[in-house]
Design a protein around this ligand. Structure first.
Ligand SMILES: Cc1cc2nc3c(=O)[nH]c(=O)nc-3n(C[C@H](O)[C@H](O)[C@H](O)COP(=O)(O)OP(=O)(O)OC[C@H]3O[C@@H](n4cnc5c(N)ncnc54)[C@H](O)[C@@H]3O)c2cc1C
Length: 387
């Protein structure tokens, strides 16, 4: 048993690492428990959509400079619907922003964060440490973990669960509402005949939305979502057949598609924490809320969790990990999280509905939305900063 003075963070993914860095910058020590070997995620090519607000957080941490060469700016977002003329276009320059967002690989982000974490002796990074249970009492939280077959435990006034929501389901007091969409997301990279010109495309079809994000000089990252039975076969068709089918759904905006990289799928769900009683434990990032990737909100909401939590932890006027602190943090995050979940769920439902008449309404809606500047401004602010 080891009594820790530190804040214990379970999960050294991007959200957990950002929290430890934000704390270190405020002179607060933390212990990061990460199941994988440190650096194991550095080769992960999954593309994350970063909002402009996320860039600001990474700038504050001083790592944006190292990331900028690996990030592709989104200067324009083009939203359209298959089978209709309605469309909407958002330009960064209309909102006095350098970019509407950025596309960055998960691996490049983790590599930069890992390197930065190593610079701070007050961050203790314990890799290959699989947390197996978290319990809490009136005075502390206890995290039990397994490292190379040896069991250890840490006690802390505050444990933070940032495990991506995929491992520790059985924490007392922790309950999630989960809605399975029955949809999968297929992710891959494609190259098109025409350059991307830093335009991201959101395309809604009756089967589900797809996003084509500029990534690197010539490539696009594709997120193609739809019913499992329609998406699963796309893994086994030939590259040529895949590109033909994709072209038929996406249309001609960037010409023909020339090549596709390795394809993978994952199931889509919407998941959020219920109000629960978990003294001395707080949950952030994907572990706290999982969203459909349609609007690229999930990771950004998770990073804002870390930013807000770091501020609450640094507030010495309030007991660390006590009821008052946890209640204040949850109240602070409630609206942003709820809006992110509602917004993405709304988009999925309204655009994936094939009821007669709704399609025409959507089309008119996109056209009208394109004309109403304050509504667009609100949307850009929401997507960029969560406000
Ligand atoms: C397969 C997949 C594909 C995705 N693709 C996209 C995409 O294309 N675009 C997009 O914007 N978003 C995508 N997402 C979502 C995106 O990855 C998340 O929003 C983001 O990673 C959240 O960061 P996080 O730090 O909260 O969680 P994670 O990135 O999941 O990090 C959690 C960390 O905790 C560690 N961990 C887990 N359990 C334990 C344990 N018991 N003990 C110790 N450590 C533990 C893990 O090893 C991991 O390092 C995808 C998610 C998945 C699962």
């Amino acid at each position: 048993m080891h009594q820790s003075e530190n804040i214990v963070i379970v999960g050294g993914g991007p959200v957990g690492m950002v929290l430890s860095l934000l704390l270190a910058k405020k002179n607060i020590a933390s212990t990061l428990l990460e199941a994988r070997k440190q650096g194991a995620a550095n080769q992960d090519t999954r593309a994350l959509a970063l909002s402009f607000g996320t860039r600001k957080i990474l700038e504050k941490l001083g790592i944006w400079q190292a990331l900028a060469p690996h990030a592709t700016a989104i200067n324009t977002i083009h939203v359209s619907q298959k089978g209709s003329m309605g469309r909407s276009v958002l330009h960064a320059h209309d909102y006095n922003q350098e970019a509407l967002g950025y596309v960055l690989s998960y691996g490049a982000l983790c590599a930069a964060l890992n390197a930065e974490v190593m610079q701070f002796p007050m961050i203790q990074f314990i890799d290959e440490a699989q947390a197996e249970a978290i319990t809490h009492s009136a005075t502390c939280a206890t995290v039990r973990y397994n490292r190379h077959g040896e069991l250890s435990q840490l006690e802390s006034a505050l444990a933070v669960l940032a495990d991506g929501g995929r491992s520790l389901e059985e924490v007392p007091g922790l309950k999630r509402d989960t809605k399975e969409y029955g949809h999968d997301a297929l992710i891959t990279k494609v190259r098109a005949e025409l350059p991307h010109n830093n335009i991201a495309y959101e395309r809604f079809t009756a089967n589900g939305p797809m996003a084509l994000l500029p990534n690197g000089e010539r490539d696009f990252s594709l997120v193609w979502t739809g019913k499992k039975e329609l998406i699963a076969p796309l893994l086994s068709v030939s590259d040529t057949e895949f590109l033909t089918q994709f072209h038929a759904q996406f249309g001609d905006r960037v010409g023909r598609f020339l090549s596709v990289e390795k394809r993978m799928t994952f199931p889509l769900k919407l998941s959020q924490l219920q109000e629960g009683d978990t003294p001395h434990l707080v949950v952030i990032g994907n572990a706290a809320q999982t969203m459909h990737p349609v609007a690229g909100q999930g990771f950004n909401v998770g990073l804002r969790d870390a930013e807000v939590l770091a501020r609450h932890i640094a507030d010495t006027a309030i007991e660390l990990g006590g009821q008052a602190m946890l209640a204040a943090y949850r109240a602070n995050r409630k609206t942003d999280t709820k809006n992110g979940l509602l917004f993405t769920d709304f988009l999925v439902n309204i655009f994936s509905n094939d009821i007669l008449g709704i399609s025409a309404l959507r089309s008119a809606g996109l056209g009208l939305f394109d004309l109403v500047k304050p509504v667009k401004r609100h949307l850009v602010s929401k997507m960029s900063f969560g406000k």
